[in-house]
Write a protein that binds this ligand. Structure first.
Ligand SMILES: CC(C)(COP(=O)(O)OP(=O)(O)OC[C@H]1O[C@@H](n2cnc3c(N)ncnc32)[C@H](O)[C@@H]1OP(=O)(O)O)[C@@H](O)C(=O)NCCC(=O)NCCS
Length: 265
């Protein structure tokens, strides 16, 4: 397959293109973008590891506009305890001035295209459930699901997006197969789904009281953990009501990829 995966038009920001990053220059561009987007070089995956991922069964994608790097997504191959392979996406980001123009979605669709071509049918990643924009993007826009919650997954992080809070994460599974997509669309149309609201005051913002943020995060954590412990899974996010929508996935769905412990252990 060609290294050029996708191109598109990012509204006022102009044309963009997405390719597999392979050369050292491209790998270095992905490395630098991480530092810029998260405001800290400390959380960036080193370019040595990115290079190995690109060469050894992983996937490193770079989006460019007018020849300049504007976004990336990268990951490696994961394996469930029952031996199913999936793509474990670790990070994706778009420079703030290029956001909300379809670049992030195009990166995920390019990832999907490459993962299907490699014979896998699931992409897994994590996101902070307090980030309602990410929730909308992952669950509503892309159609992913979440069956597991992990409290303080990475421990303390010092990047600009974490606000010093515990790094709580939902583990997202994006099923690329037709039968799961049809089943999920059917479930999402149901009116009486269980829900967990994101408390007002989240996502965290600069200047907010840290103790209050921690309390609100705890409230969201308790709500999600309780719902998951009752055997429900997150299948959607409603940005208007700021609530996660949950239902029981059919037993025909493949085994969860990782971290099904609702206790977050
Ligand atoms: C998540 C991210 C990659 C999306 O990229 P993008 O180019 O803006 O994505 P698109 O333009 O294709 O789609 C944006 C959609 O997601 C929503 N969205 C995603 N993240 C959002 C955020 N932080 N705040 C508000 N909305 C967000 C937008 O509302 C928009 O929805 P709409 O099309 O229904 O209006 C980008 O916001 C980003 O880099 N965020 C910082 C890093 C990050 O959180 N990465 C993901 C976790 S690893």
């Amino acid at each position: 397959m060609s290294d050029q995966l996708r191109d598109g038009s990012a509204g006022e920001t102009g044309q963009f293109e997405i390719c597999k990053a392979r050369s050292l220059d491209q790998i270095e561009a992905v490395h630098e973008l991480q530092g810029t987007i998260w405001g800290s070089a400390e959380v960036a995956t080193p370019n040595t590891l990115l290079r190995v991922m690109a060469e050894a069964g992983g996937l490193v994608l770079l989006a460019k506009s007018a020849g300049e790097p504007i976004g990336f997504a990268y990951g490696f191959t994961g394996r469930t305890s029952s031996g199913l392979n999936y793509h474990r996406s670790h990070a994706a980001g778009v420079l703030s001035e290029f956001r909300n123009s379809g670049v992030g979605r195009a990166l995920k669709l390019a990832q999907r295209q490459a993962v299907l071509a490699a014979g896998m049918d699931r992409i897994v990643w994590t996101f902070d459930p307090a980030q309602v924009g990410n929730a909308h993007f992952n669950l509503r826009r892309l159609g992913a699901t979440a069956r597991a919650f992990r409290a303080d997954y990475y421990g303390q992080r010092v990047d600009a997006l974490s606000h010093g809070l515990p790094t709580d994460r939902l583990i997202v599974e994006w099923f690329l197969g037709n039968s799961e997509e049809v089943e999920l669309a059917r479930l999402r149309r149901r009116a009486n789904l269980a829900s967990v609201d994101v408390p007002d005051g989240l996502p965290p913002h600069h200047g907010a009281d840290p103790a209050e943020l921690k309390r609100l995060q705890g409230e969201l954590r308790d709500g999600l953990q309780l719902a998951l412990s009752r055997g429900l899974q997150v299948i959607d996010f409603d940005a208007e009501t700021r609530s996660y929508r949950l239902a029981e996935l059919p037993a025909s769905f493949p085994d969860p990829a990782e971290g099904t412990s609702a206790s977050g252990a």
